[in-house]
Design a protein around this ligand. Structure first.
Ligand code: S5P
Length: 373
């Protein structure tokens, strides 16, 4: 189905840890590569579910086995700030990054709004998202710009409070929900309106502005990581530190569905655009490694992966709706992919935690074999 890979490219035989330290590796890519190495997991769960409860449940169940959790936020019927807050809490505790599979594909000005505004406000809660390049390269620069603004506003939040009546009796700020990832709650605007209405009635008015600057590291240097050699995952996590508030993009260079048009020159153009923005584009959704030039260190994430149930090795590898499946071994060992993306293969299993472990073990063994460990 796919074109051959460059079998001699150094990233195919280099460990994830070493790749994290290569020049041109963005801080978030470096963080993810270390996380993958510590968890021994190159598995991304595609959590294609329709309710917040299901999303949180599956995140709890398989969180220990994955490096990434991929969402389609627009199919979650009750998606809200609560979804985000609770998913982020699980991601922090179980140590995985969040990837919103938005597949942006519009003019720059529109994708900026889709990325940062509206009920989904993706830039606020997902470290990684993805885009098509059919609208041209401005889709990448526009998303990069929007990500930079989101990071800047996270690192420098401004809260304006207007209180009325006796300042000492006003304790409304205690009822304010805590910000999601440092982003002020959206209903802050309503609060301002209410206060302004009350202003007309009141004779004592107090206005206070708080400017707080957070001190999380945001400089574009590789995420500090010191391997203390103890070999323990908990001390490795401690050394790695908490997830930096950074954003990254994957480009859809190839697709898994039958008859798709992301082939040949289109895929080549995609790689060219990625090279020009490798501080933001960390890799591709593709069916094979696309690293060719010496300096390429892109991560390849591959959907359309499933493991036949034990004893049914010759089962038809498709879903009857165009999706085509390959095994973890094929995509990681033979096609040079780094991370497998698995949805229904895990979601429909009776024991999802055990099934996630089965996928993780297979994909990790294929990676170890590829780098000849
Ligand atoms: O080419 C692609 C790209 C993506 S992101 N093919 C895909 O299947 N995907 C996504 O991966 C798709 O939208 C779905 O969320 C997931 C595959 O799900 P599965 O249930 O077939 O494993």
């Amino acid at each position: 189905m796919s074109s051959p890979i460059s079998k001699t490219h150094h990233t195919l035989s280099t460990s994830f840890d070493v790749r994290a330290s290569l020049p041109n590796t963005s801080p978030l890519a470096a963080y993810l590569l270390h996380l993958i190495a510590i968890k021994r997991s190159n598995l991304c769960l595609s959590a294609d579910v329709n309710t917040t409860a299901e999303l949180l449940e599956v995140a709890e169940e398989v969180g220990d086995s994955i490096c990434l959790l991929k969402t389609h936020a627009d199919i979650i019927n009750d998606f809200s700030e609560k979804t985000v807050r609770e998913l982020r809490e699980i991601a922090k505790r179980k140590r995985f990054l969040v990837f919103e599979d938005r597949k942006f594909g519009d003019i720059g000005s529109t994708v900026q709004k889709q990325y940062t505004q509206g009920p989904l406000s993706i830039a606020k809660w997902a470290e990684i998202t993805n885009a098509h390049i059919f609208p041209g390269p401005a889709i990448v620069t526009s998303l990069k710009q929007a990500a930079a603004s989101a990071i800047a506003s996270y690192n420098s939040s401004v809260n304006t409070e207007i209180s009325v009546g006796s300042p000492s009796s006003d304790n409304s700020s205690e009822d304010e929900p805590s910000p999601v990832n440092g982003v002020a709650p959206s209903h802050g605007v309503d609060r301002l309106h209410t206060s302004t209405r009350d202003l007309r009635k009141s004779s004592v008015v107090s206005i206070s502005t708080t400017i707080s600057t957070k001190t999380e590291p945001i400089s574009p240097v590789p995420t500090p990581y010191i391997d203390d050699g103890s070999g323990s995952a908990s001390s490795a996590f401690e050394n790695l530190g908490s997830t930096p508030y950074l954003r990254a993009l994957l480009l859809l260079a190839e697709m898994s569905s039958e008859g798709n048009l992301l082939t040949g020159e289109y895929t080549t153009q995609c790689v060219e655009i990625a090279r020009q923005h490798n501080d933001f584009v960390i890799g591709f959704i593709a069916q094979r490694s696309l690293n060719e030039q010496e300096s390429d260190n892109f991560l390849t994430m591959t959907p359309g992966v499933s493991l036949p149930p034990p004893g049914k090795e010759n089962a038809n590898m498709g879903d009857g709706q165009g999706q085509q499946y390959n095994t973890p071994r094929h995509v990681v060992l033979e096609m040079g992919s780094d991370v497998i993306i698995v949805g229904r293969g895990i979601l429909q299993a009776e024991d999802r935690a055990a099934e996630a472990e089965r996928y993780r073990t297979e994909a990790w063994a294929a990676y170890e074999r590829r780098i000849k460990l």
